[in-house]
Design a protein around this ligand. Sequence first.
Ligand SMILES: Cc1ncc(COP(=O)(O)O)c(C=O)c1O
Length: 439
Amino acid sequence: MKERDSLKIDENGHLTVGGCDVVRLRERYGTPLYILDEADVRERAAAYRAALSAYAGESLVLYASKALSCLAIYEIADEEGLGADVVSGGELYTALEAGMPADKLYFHGNNKTPKEIEEGLRAGVHAFVSDTPSELSLIDALAREAGKKAPVMLRLNPGIEAHTHRFIQTARVDSKFGFSMDDGAALAAVEQALSLPNLQFLGIHCHIGSQIFELKPYGLSIRRMADFMRLLADKGIEVRELNLGGGFGVTYTAADKPLSPQACAAFVVKEVTDALTKRQLRLPKLLIEPGRSIVGEAGVTLYTAGAVKEIKGVKTYVSVDGGMFDNPRYALYQAEYEAVPADRMREAPTETVTLAGKCCESGDMLVIDAKMPKLRRGDLVAVLTTGAYNYSMASHYNRNLVPPTVLVRDGCAQYIVRPEGYLDLTAKDERLQKKKEKL
Ligand SMILES: Cc1ncc(COP(=O)(O)O)c(C=O)c1O
């Protein structure tokens, strides 16, 4: 475990997050429990903002709220001077409810529904980020009905895909996301956006992947975007905003060596400035959209160990009181995590176990090959770096309750997502009725 000021081991061998002993957190809030370290979130958000503000033009860090969306996280993002990227009516609603100014919201998504577009127009989002001709036409039509001009940015596919430690450069045209830059689709989209009377073309966007540890592919995509901006400038088309997406990596296991938010943002500033200056282009407003790297490492999920199943000579399963309903990422794509014996942190590991969830799915695992002291029923187990894409991907599978989230800082805690009860599970159910509606 990588310790930091707000993630430590105390003198009793207990894990502490934000100055709170996890043993106390379990006594007070129970398990499974999502814990979010406020200081870590704020530090990372502030570091991105400070480093991006070295850019000579206007700049804004957008928190990619798909990583974790709830009222408090937008409040924190807003207080730290960030805007947000939202991808659904639900995220937009939550951000607005939290008090985030609509003008700092960018509405993404490859298939926004007419209702969502209307909601974005009504709220006055800063821009819709679009990547299909038919959606551009739809936004134009709905903007006309609303008597507004809709600001749009175009998501482009620079033909670079970066994931984890490797990246590939392709001329892929089969991605679900983005107008291809290789087959003329990107230019055609800009021309379409300019020709539609109820759209205002603001600029271009790209996002090349997730868990990026190496900045080379970023540099490459920046140069591709700059080339495209030069081409547009030659046609007299101005790009006022350039959004380079998110995707910066975090530490899930010891093998992951992410760069700091400062290093990532400083790299972007330098590369964009160099690429645009070299091509004699004016500096547009610069945006980046980190999600995981703001909230990921701040999250810890606390579980209580239950059934232990030892299959002699094969493996030992330790099942916990959570699983794929609070963290589906192993089941989805074999995501790796580090687990720790949260109330016995000073004990040396003696066993290799598989941490399993409690759902009726063979693939419901949390951590494969976790090194642990001999775990007993009732022990506390923490899975680290669960702040991103855990709560936001949680479900009620098997009618399990989505765990609450507590925000911790300086030894104090508060719910930012309250616990559910069984009543919540049936709240929207209807009993069978004798007469159904005639349609
Ligand atoms: C368009 C866009 N921006 C930003 C992000 C955030 O990525 P990350 O959480 O890896 O920083 C994503 C993630 O899928 C995305 O699709």
